[in-house]
Design a protein around this ligand. Structure first.
Ligand code: HEC
Ligand code: HEC
Ligand code: HEC
Ligand code: HEC
Length: 408
C-alpha cells in the first residue's frame, strides 16, 4: 500500500507529459508498388525478404494509425501468361482485404488486358485510379471524419497508355485539371522529373524504381519524390507535417514480420489454382536428353550416393512441398532433375527418383553412361552449380565453401 501513492503520482506525471499537444502529422501515407509477380519472398537464401504475406501484415498494422492513407503504385505482375493472371486475382484478394484508398495502374497491369482489369477493379471495390488510362477512376478524394484528407492522382507514362490503345488524356492535361497532392506515377525517375518540369507539380510523387527503395525523399523543384523499390520487398511510409513530406521509412520485409492471415489464404488459394490448372504439366519440354534418375546410380556409386542422400539437395522437393509450391512452375525447375526434358521430372509419384536435386542435375543425363560407363561422362564443377545458384536464389554462393558441404 505504501508504494501506491508515489506510483500513482508518477503515472499522472507521465500522462501529463504525453498528453502535451503532440507533433501529429496531418497525413500518413503507406505505399507499396512494383510487386512484379513476387508474391512469395524474393530469393531462396536466408534471410528471405518480401512476399505479399508479410507486406499485408505490415500495411494492416500501419493503417491502424489515424489519418492514414494506403496506396499501391501498380505493376502487380509481369503479365507474361496464365500464372500471372492467377497472381493478379490473388493480389486483388489481398488488396481488397487491405481496403486501399487508391490502386494505380502500371503498364504491366495494362498488359493484362482490359477485361481482366475491369474484373480486378470490381473485386477490389473499385479502387483503381488512372487519369491517363481508360480503366479506373480519375482522382481519388480521400475523406476522413467528413474532412478532406488528400487527393490522389494515378498515371502511367503516356507512351504506355498509348501503346495499349487506351490513352484517356495526356498526363499534362490530367495534372492541370487536378488538385492532387499525391501522384502515383508508374514510370521512371526521369519520366517523373519531365512531368514535374512540364506541370510545375509541387506535391509528393511515388515513382517506379528497380532495385532498392529511395532511402531519403528526393527534392526536385517543388516536388518530393520517393519509391518503394521493386519485387515487393519493402513497404514505404511517409508523413506530411505542416505541408512538408518528411519522416520517410522503408520497411524491409524480413522474417521478423508475421504473415497476414487473409493474405495467407489468398496465396494458398492461388497455389491451389496453379496446381489444379496443371500449369506445371503445361511447361514446354524441348530437351530430348535421357535422364534415368538418381536411384540408377546407387549400385555402382554407393559412396557418392550415401553422401548425397544426407545433403539438402536430396530434400529439395520436400522443401517446396512444405510451402505448397511443389506444383509451381516458377519453383520446381531448380528443385528437381530435368524439368525441361521429356525424360525428366513429372511428379513424385510418376518419377520418384527424379524428384529433388539429383546426381544428373550436376553430372548431366546418365542414360548413355549406364551402358557405356568407361566413356567420358559427368564432368562437373562450378559451372554446373550456377544455373540454380544464381544471384537471385543464392546470393551468398561461393563454390569452395558450398562444394565442401556436399563433396563426394
Ligand atoms: C553399372 C555401373 C555404373 C552405374 C549404374 C553408374 N556408373 Fe558412373 N561410373 C561407372 C564406372 C565404371 C565409371 C568409370 C570409372 C573410371 O573411369 O575409373 C563411372 C564414372 C562416373 C563418373 C566420372 C568419375 C570420374 O572420375 O571422372 C561420374 C561423375 C559418374 N560415373 C556418375 C554417375 C551417375 C550420375 C550415375 C547415375 C546416372 C552413374 N554414374 C551410374 C559405373 C557406373
Ligand atoms: C538443379 C539446381 C541445382 C544445382 C545444379 C545445384 N544446386 Fe545446390 N541447391 C539447390 C537447391 C534447390 C538447394 C536447396 C535445397 C533445400 O534446402 O531444399 C541447394 C542447396 C545447396 C547447398 C546447401 C546450402 C545450405 O544451406 O547448406 C549446398 C552446399 C549446395 N546447394 C551446393 C551446390 C554446389 C556446390 C553445386 C554445384 C556443384 C550445386 N549446389 C548445384 C539447387 C541446385
Ligand atoms: C533458379 C533456381 C531456383 C528457383 C527458380 C527457385 N529456387 Fe529455391 N533454391 C534454389 C537454391 C540454389 C537454393 C539454395 C540457396 C542457398 O542455400 O544458397 C534454394 C533454396 C530454397 C529454400 C530453402 C531456404 C532455406 O535454406 O531454408 C526454399 C524454401 C526455396 N528455395 C523455395 C523456393 C520457392 C518457393 C521457389 C519458387 C517461388 C523457388 N525456391 C524457386 C534455387 C531456386
Ligand atoms: C550438386 C551437384 C552434384 C550432385 C547433386 C552430385 N554430384 Fe557428383 N560430383 C559433383 C562435382 C562438382 C564433382 C567433382 C568433380 C571433379 O572433382 O572433377 C563430383 C564428383 C563425382 C564423382 C567422381 C568422384 C571421384 O572420385 O572423382 C562421382 C562418381 C560422382 N560425383 C557421382 C555422383 C552421384 C552418383 C551422385 C548422386 C548420388 C552425384 N554425384 C551427385 C557434383 C555433383
Amino acid at each position: 500500500m505504501k508504494y501506491l501513492l508515489p506510483t500513482a503520482c508518477a503515472c499522472i506525471a507521465i500522462i501529463g507529459f504525453t498528453a502535451k499537444p503532440p507533433d501529429e502529422p496531418e497525413l500518413r501515407l503507406v505505399f507499396t508498388g512494383d510487386i512484379r509477380g513476387y508474391l512469395s519472398p524474393c530469393g531462396c537464401s536466408k534471410p528471405q525478404i518480401g512476399g505479399v504475406l508479410r507486406m499485408a501484415g505490415v500495411v494492416r498494422a500501419l493503417k491502424k494509425q489515424p489519418n492514414t492513407v494506403y496506396a499501391d503504385l501498380g505493376n502487380w505482375t509481369m503479365a507474361a501468361g496464365r500464372q500471372d493472371e492467377l497472381k493478379a486475382d490473388a493480389l486483388a484478394e489481398v488488396f481488397r482485404s487491405l481496403d486501399p484508398d487508391a490502386l494505380n495502374i502500371g503498364a504491366l497491369d495494362a498488359k493484362l488486358g482490359r477485361d481482366l482489369l475491369i474484373a480486378l477493379n470490381e473485386s477490389t471495390n473499385s479502387r483503381f485510379i488512372s487519369s491517363n488510362f481508360a480503366v479506373g477512376y480519375e482522382n481519388r478524394i480521400v475523406m476522413r471524419d467528413g474532412a478532406l484528407l488528400t487527393t490522389i492522382i494515378g498515371l502511367m507514362p503516356d507512351s504506355e497508355a498509348e501503346r495499349y490503345g487506351a490513352l484517356r488524356k495526356t498526363s499534362r492535361q490530367a495534372m492541370a485539371s487536378s488538385n492532387a497532392d499525391i501522384l502515383l506515377f508508374a514510370g521512371s525517375f526521369d519520366e517523373a522529373k519531365a512531368l514535374i518540369d512540364e506541370t510545375s507539380y509541387a506535391g509528393l510523387v511515388i515513382f517506379s524504381q528497380s532495385g532498392d527503395p529511395t532511402n531519403a525523399p528526393i527534392q526536385y523543384k517543388m516536388a518530393t519524390l520517393v519509391s518503394p523499390g521493386d519485387k515487393g520487398r519493402f513497404v514505404g511510409y511517409i508523413e506530411r507535417k505542416n505541408g512538408k513530406w518528411t519522416n520517410l521509412r522503408t520497411i524491409s520485409l524480413g522474417p521478423e514480420h508475421f504473415d497476414d492471415e487473409d493474405a495467407h489464404m489468398a496465396y494458398h488459394a492461388y497455389l491451389e489454382r496453379v496446381s489444379s490448372e496443371k500449369l506445371l504439366e503445361a511447361i514446354p519440354r524441348t530437351n530430348e536428353l535421357g535422364y534415368v534418375g538418381s536411384d540408377a546410380c546407387t549400385s555402382c556409386h554407393t559412396d557418392a550416393h550415401a553422401i548425397w542422400i544426407e545433403t539438402k539437395h536430396a530434400n529439395a522437393l520436400e522443401t517446396l512441398e512444405k510451402t505448397g509450391n511443389d506444383r509451381d512452375p516458377e519453383c520446381v525447375g531448380c528443385h528437381v532433375v530435368g524439368l525441361n526434358a521429356i525424360s525428366g521430372f513429372r511428379s513424385r509419384t510418376l518419377t520418384p527418383s527424379k524428384a529433388d536435386v539429383g546426381c544428373e542435375s550436376c553430372h548431366g543425363p546418365g542414360d548413355r553412361h549406364l551402358s557405356m560407363p568407361y566413356e567420358p561422362y559427368g564432368k562437373a564443377g562450378e559451372a554446373s552449380c550456377l544455373p540454380c545458384h544464381n544471384a537471385d536464389h543464392s546470393p551468398g554462393f561461393d563454390f569452395k565453401t558450398y562444394w565442401e558441404k556436399i563433396k563426394h
